[in-house]
Design a protein around this ligand. Structure first.
Ligand SMILES: Nc1ncnc2c1ncn2[C@@H]1O[C@H](COP(=O)(O)OP(=O)(O)OP(=O)(O)O)[C@@H](O)[C@H]1O
Length: 266
Protein backbone atom coordinates (compact mmCIF):
# COMPACT_ATOMS: atom_id res chain seq x y z
CA UNK A 1 0.00 0.00 0.00
CA UNK A 2 2.80 2.33 0.92
CA UNK A 3 4.50 1.21 -2.24
CA UNK A 4 1.53 2.19 -4.31
CA UNK A 5 1.96 5.74 -3.10
CA UNK A 6 5.67 5.78 -3.64
CA UNK A 7 5.62 4.03 -6.93
CA UNK A 8 2.77 5.93 -8.51
CA UNK A 9 4.59 8.84 -10.14
CA UNK A 10 2.58 11.88 -11.08
CA UNK A 11 3.13 11.22 -14.73
CA UNK A 12 1.60 7.79 -14.82
CA UNK A 13 -0.07 5.50 -12.40
CA UNK A 14 -2.74 2.89 -12.51
CA UNK A 15 -4.96 4.78 -14.90
CA UNK A 16 -2.50 4.28 -17.71
CA UNK A 17 -2.54 0.53 -17.33
CA UNK A 18 -4.97 -1.60 -19.30
CA UNK A 19 -8.18 0.05 -18.30
CA UNK A 20 -11.69 -1.26 -18.28
CA UNK A 21 -11.28 -4.28 -16.04
CA UNK A 22 -9.89 -3.26 -12.67
CA UNK A 23 -11.59 -1.17 -10.04
CA UNK A 24 -9.88 2.08 -9.27
CA UNK A 25 -12.29 3.00 -6.48
CA UNK A 26 -14.11 0.61 -4.17
CA UNK A 27 -16.46 1.60 -1.38
CA UNK A 28 -17.38 -1.29 0.87
CA UNK A 29 -20.24 -0.98 3.37
CA UNK A 30 -19.58 2.72 3.75
CA UNK A 31 -21.63 4.42 6.40
CA UNK A 32 -21.41 8.10 7.24
CA UNK A 33 -23.26 9.52 10.19
CA UNK A 34 -23.18 13.23 10.95
CA UNK A 35 -23.82 14.37 14.49
CA UNK A 36 -24.92 12.08 17.30
CA UNK A 37 -27.81 11.05 19.50
CA UNK A 38 -31.17 12.41 18.45
CA UNK A 39 -29.56 14.70 15.91
CA UNK A 40 -27.67 11.94 14.10
CA UNK A 41 -28.11 12.01 10.34
CA UNK A 42 -27.23 8.90 8.35
CA UNK A 43 -25.92 10.43 5.13
CA UNK A 44 -24.58 7.15 3.70
CA UNK A 45 -26.00 3.82 4.78
CA UNK A 46 -23.98 0.71 3.89
CA UNK A 47 -22.96 1.83 0.41
CA UNK A 48 -20.92 -0.69 -1.58
CA UNK A 49 -19.86 0.41 -5.04
CA UNK A 50 -16.95 -0.26 -7.38
CA UNK A 51 -15.79 2.09 -10.13
CA UNK A 52 -13.86 0.60 -13.01
CA UNK A 53 -10.76 2.16 -14.44
CA UNK A 54 -11.60 4.09 -17.59
CA UNK A 55 -15.29 4.48 -16.72
CA UNK A 56 -17.51 7.55 -16.50
CA UNK A 57 -20.05 7.36 -13.68
CA UNK A 58 -22.74 9.89 -12.86
CA UNK A 59 -24.13 10.00 -9.32
CA UNK A 60 -27.71 11.26 -9.02
CA UNK A 61 -30.43 11.39 -6.41
CA UNK A 62 -32.85 13.75 -4.72
CA UNK A 63 -31.55 16.60 -2.59
CA UNK A 64 -30.11 15.23 0.65
CA UNK A 65 -29.74 11.69 -0.73
CA UNK A 66 -26.00 11.63 0.04
CA UNK A 67 -24.35 12.51 -3.29
CA UNK A 68 -21.88 15.04 -1.90
CA UNK A 69 -21.11 12.80 1.04
CA UNK A 70 -20.47 9.93 -1.37
CA UNK A 71 -18.04 12.08 -3.37
CA UNK A 72 -16.30 13.36 -0.24
CA UNK A 73 -15.82 9.87 1.18
CA UNK A 74 -14.77 8.34 -2.16
CA UNK A 75 -12.22 11.11 -2.72
CA UNK A 76 -10.75 10.97 0.78
CA UNK A 77 -11.99 14.46 1.66
CA UNK A 78 -14.02 13.04 4.51
CA UNK A 79 -13.71 9.83 6.49
CA UNK A 80 -16.58 7.33 6.68
CA UNK A 81 -17.96 6.45 10.11
CA UNK A 82 -17.50 2.79 9.16
CA UNK A 83 -16.74 0.72 6.10
CA UNK A 84 -13.77 1.11 3.79
CA UNK A 85 -12.69 3.05 0.73
CA UNK A 86 -9.89 1.76 -1.48
CA UNK A 87 -8.60 4.23 -4.06
CA UNK A 88 -5.97 3.33 -6.62
CA UNK A 89 -5.03 0.30 -4.54
CA UNK A 90 -4.71 2.22 -1.28
CA UNK A 91 -6.99 1.73 1.72
CA UNK A 92 -7.70 5.31 2.74
CA UNK A 93 -8.41 4.51 6.40
CA UNK A 94 -4.83 3.33 6.79
CA UNK A 95 -3.41 6.72 5.82
CA UNK A 96 -2.65 9.57 8.18
CA UNK A 97 -3.60 13.10 7.13
CA UNK A 98 -0.28 13.85 5.41
CA UNK A 99 -0.30 10.76 3.24
CA UNK A 100 -3.98 11.24 2.48
CA UNK A 101 -3.28 14.80 1.35
CA UNK A 102 -0.44 13.56 -0.84
CA UNK A 103 -2.61 10.86 -2.36
CA UNK A 104 -5.36 13.38 -3.12
CA UNK A 105 -2.85 15.75 -4.67
CA UNK A 106 -1.08 13.15 -6.78
CA UNK A 107 -3.79 10.72 -7.75
CA UNK A 108 -7.07 12.66 -7.78
CA UNK A 109 -8.34 15.51 -9.94
CA UNK A 110 -11.17 17.72 -8.75
CA UNK A 111 -13.60 19.79 -10.77
CA UNK A 112 -16.15 22.01 -9.03
CA UNK A 113 -19.28 23.83 -10.09
CA UNK A 114 -17.63 27.16 -9.27
CA UNK A 115 -14.37 26.35 -11.12
CA UNK A 116 -12.15 27.26 -8.11
CA UNK A 117 -9.39 28.84 -10.17
CA UNK A 118 -7.00 31.27 -8.54
CA UNK A 119 -7.90 34.71 -9.94
CA UNK A 120 -4.39 36.15 -9.56
CA UNK A 121 -2.76 33.40 -11.62
CA UNK A 122 -2.95 33.18 -15.39
CA UNK A 123 -4.28 30.10 -17.16
CA UNK A 124 -0.88 28.45 -17.52
CA UNK A 125 -0.05 28.87 -13.83
CA UNK A 126 -3.49 27.69 -12.71
CA UNK A 127 -3.03 24.51 -14.73
CA UNK A 128 0.50 23.99 -13.42
CA UNK A 129 -0.50 24.60 -9.80
CA UNK A 130 -1.12 20.95 -8.78
CA UNK A 131 2.39 20.11 -9.96
CA UNK A 132 3.90 23.03 -8.07
CA UNK A 133 2.03 21.98 -4.94
CA UNK A 134 3.63 18.58 -5.36
CA UNK A 135 7.05 20.25 -5.52
CA UNK A 136 7.48 19.75 -9.27
CA UNK A 137 8.21 22.32 -11.92
CA UNK A 138 5.38 22.18 -14.46
CA UNK A 139 6.58 21.01 -17.85
CA UNK A 140 5.65 23.81 -20.27
CA UNK A 141 5.02 21.46 -23.15
CA UNK A 142 2.72 19.30 -21.00
CA UNK A 143 0.74 22.36 -19.86
CA UNK A 144 0.48 23.59 -23.45
CA UNK A 145 -0.61 20.15 -24.64
CA UNK A 146 -3.36 19.77 -22.03
CA UNK A 147 -4.63 23.30 -22.72
CA UNK A 148 -4.77 22.55 -26.42
CA UNK A 149 -6.74 19.44 -25.63
CA UNK A 150 -9.41 21.59 -23.97
CA UNK A 151 -9.30 24.17 -26.78
CA UNK A 152 -7.45 26.90 -24.87
CA UNK A 153 -3.96 26.63 -26.32
CA UNK A 154 -4.04 30.33 -27.19
CA UNK A 155 -5.08 31.60 -23.74
CA UNK A 156 -2.04 30.75 -21.62
CA UNK A 157 -1.61 34.29 -20.35
CA UNK A 158 -5.25 35.16 -19.70
CA UNK A 159 -6.51 35.41 -16.16
CA UNK A 160 -9.68 33.58 -15.10
CA UNK A 161 -11.61 36.87 -14.91
CA UNK A 162 -10.99 37.39 -18.63
CA UNK A 163 -12.59 34.06 -19.54
CA UNK A 164 -16.19 32.91 -19.91
CA UNK A 165 -17.62 30.39 -17.46
CA UNK A 166 -17.21 27.57 -19.95
CA UNK A 167 -13.62 28.55 -20.65
CA UNK A 168 -12.89 28.68 -16.91
CA UNK A 169 -14.33 25.21 -16.48
CA UNK A 170 -12.13 24.01 -19.34
CA UNK A 171 -9.10 25.42 -17.51
CA UNK A 172 -10.26 23.50 -14.44
CA UNK A 173 -10.46 20.34 -16.52
CA UNK A 174 -6.94 20.91 -17.82
CA UNK A 175 -5.80 21.43 -14.22
CA UNK A 176 -7.46 18.16 -13.23
CA UNK A 177 -5.82 16.32 -16.12
CA UNK A 178 -2.27 17.63 -15.73
CA UNK A 179 -1.29 15.18 -12.99
CA UNK A 180 -2.75 12.27 -14.98
CA UNK A 181 -4.84 11.28 -11.94
CA UNK A 182 -6.29 7.85 -11.29
CA UNK A 183 -9.73 9.41 -10.75
CA UNK A 184 -11.35 12.75 -11.52
CA UNK A 185 -14.18 13.73 -9.16
CA UNK A 186 -16.51 16.36 -10.56
CA UNK A 187 -19.14 18.02 -8.36
CA UNK A 188 -21.88 19.54 -10.55
CA UNK A 189 -19.31 20.58 -13.19
CA UNK A 190 -21.98 21.93 -15.52
CA UNK A 191 -24.22 23.44 -12.83
CA UNK A 192 -23.18 27.02 -13.62
CA UNK A 193 -23.08 26.70 -17.40
CA UNK A 194 -25.57 27.16 -20.21
CA UNK A 195 -26.67 24.15 -22.23
CA UNK A 196 -24.21 24.52 -25.09
CA UNK A 197 -21.22 25.23 -22.86
CA UNK A 198 -22.23 22.41 -20.54
CA UNK A 199 -22.21 20.03 -23.48
CA UNK A 200 -18.66 21.09 -24.42
CA UNK A 201 -17.49 20.38 -20.88
CA UNK A 202 -19.17 16.96 -20.87
CA UNK A 203 -17.61 16.09 -24.22
CA UNK A 204 -14.20 16.93 -22.75
CA UNK A 205 -14.84 14.70 -19.75
CA UNK A 206 -15.91 11.93 -22.14
CA UNK A 207 -12.69 12.43 -24.11
CA UNK A 208 -10.65 12.20 -20.92
CA UNK A 209 -12.23 8.79 -20.37
CA UNK A 210 -12.04 7.48 -23.90
CA UNK A 211 -8.84 9.13 -25.06
CA UNK A 212 -6.70 9.05 -21.95
CA UNK A 213 -8.34 6.23 -19.98
CA UNK A 214 -9.16 8.49 -17.05
CA UNK A 215 -11.88 7.49 -14.59
CA UNK A 216 -14.52 10.16 -14.01
CA UNK A 217 -17.10 10.34 -11.22
CA UNK A 218 -19.58 13.18 -11.58
CA UNK A 219 -22.33 14.32 -9.25
CA UNK A 220 -25.11 16.01 -11.19
CA UNK A 221 -28.76 16.97 -10.98
CA UNK A 222 -29.08 17.12 -14.76
CA UNK A 223 -30.33 14.04 -16.66
CA UNK A 224 -28.77 15.41 -19.87
CA UNK A 225 -25.36 15.58 -18.19
CA UNK A 226 -25.82 12.14 -16.65
CA UNK A 227 -26.61 10.66 -20.07
CA UNK A 228 -23.00 11.40 -21.12
CA UNK A 229 -21.82 8.85 -18.54
CA UNK A 230 -21.44 5.08 -19.01
CA UNK A 231 -23.42 4.43 -15.88
CA UNK A 232 -25.69 6.37 -13.57
CA UNK A 233 -25.74 5.45 -9.93
CA UNK A 234 -28.84 6.56 -8.04
CA UNK A 235 -28.81 7.35 -4.34
CA UNK A 236 -31.86 7.75 -2.13
CA UNK A 237 -31.76 8.16 1.64
CA UNK A 238 -28.05 7.40 1.67
CA UNK A 239 -28.44 4.05 -0.08
CA UNK A 240 -27.79 2.91 -3.61
CA UNK A 241 -31.27 2.90 -5.13
CA UNK A 242 -30.37 1.47 -8.52
CA UNK A 243 -28.24 2.10 -11.55
CA UNK A 244 -28.59 2.40 -15.30
CA UNK A 245 -25.90 1.38 -17.78
CA UNK A 246 -25.61 3.36 -21.01
CA UNK A 247 -28.33 5.72 -19.83
CA UNK A 248 -30.63 7.75 -22.03
CA UNK A 249 -31.86 11.16 -20.89
CA UNK A 250 -35.43 9.83 -20.73
CA UNK A 251 -34.49 6.81 -18.61
CA UNK A 252 -32.59 8.99 -16.16
CA UNK A 253 -35.32 11.62 -15.95
CA UNK A 254 -37.96 8.96 -15.38
CA UNK A 255 -35.95 7.28 -12.59
CA UNK A 256 -35.31 10.63 -10.93
CA UNK A 257 -39.01 11.47 -11.03
CA UNK A 258 -39.77 8.18 -9.27
CA UNK A 259 -37.08 8.72 -6.64
CA UNK A 260 -38.23 12.29 -6.08
CA UNK A 261 -41.82 11.14 -5.71
CA UNK A 262 -40.76 8.45 -3.21
CA UNK A 263 -38.89 11.08 -1.18
CA UNK A 264 -41.88 13.43 -1.24
CA UNK A 265 -44.17 10.71 0.09
CA UNK A 266 -42.11 10.03 3.19
N1 LIG B 1 -21.69 18.48 7.77
C1 LIG B 1 -22.90 17.96 7.95
N2 LIG B 1 -23.46 17.93 9.18
C2 LIG B 1 -24.68 17.39 9.39
N3 LIG B 1 -25.42 16.84 8.42
C3 LIG B 1 -24.92 16.85 7.18
C4 LIG B 1 -23.64 17.41 6.87
N4 LIG B 1 -23.42 17.27 5.54
C5 LIG B 1 -24.49 16.66 5.04
N5 LIG B 1 -25.40 16.40 6.02
C6 LIG B 1 -26.70 15.72 5.85
O1 LIG B 1 -26.45 14.47 5.22
C7 LIG B 1 -27.46 14.20 4.27
C8 LIG B 1 -26.83 14.00 2.89
O2 LIG B 1 -26.28 15.24 2.48
P1 LIG B 1 -25.52 15.44 1.08
O3 LIG B 1 -25.04 16.85 1.05
O4 LIG B 1 -24.53 14.35 0.91
O5 LIG B 1 -26.72 15.24 0.05
P2 LIG B 1 -26.79 15.62 -1.51
O6 LIG B 1 -27.48 14.48 -2.17
O7 LIG B 1 -25.44 15.99 -2.01
O8 LIG B 1 -27.75 16.88 -1.48
P3 LIG B 1 -27.90 18.11 -2.52
O9 LIG B 1 -28.34 17.52 -3.83
O10 LIG B 1 -28.98 18.95 -1.89
O11 LIG B 1 -26.58 18.81 -2.60
C9 LIG B 1 -28.45 15.34 4.33
O12 LIG B 1 -29.51 14.98 5.19
C10 LIG B 1 -27.64 16.47 4.94
O13 LIG B 1 -28.45 17.37 5.64
Amino acid sequence: MTNTLNEAPLGGGGADAAFGSTEVVRLESVRKVYGGGRNAVVALDEVSVGLRQGSFTAVMGPSGSGKSTFLQCAAGLDRPTSGSVVLDGVKLASLGENRLTKLRRDRIGFIFQSFNLLPALNVRDNVGLPLRLAGRRPDRAAVQEVLERVGLGGRLHSRPGELSGGQQQRVAIARALITRPAVIFADEPTGALDTTTAREVLVLLREAVEGAGRTVVMVTHDPVAAAHADRVLFLADGRVAGEIDRPSVEQVAERMTRLGAAGANR
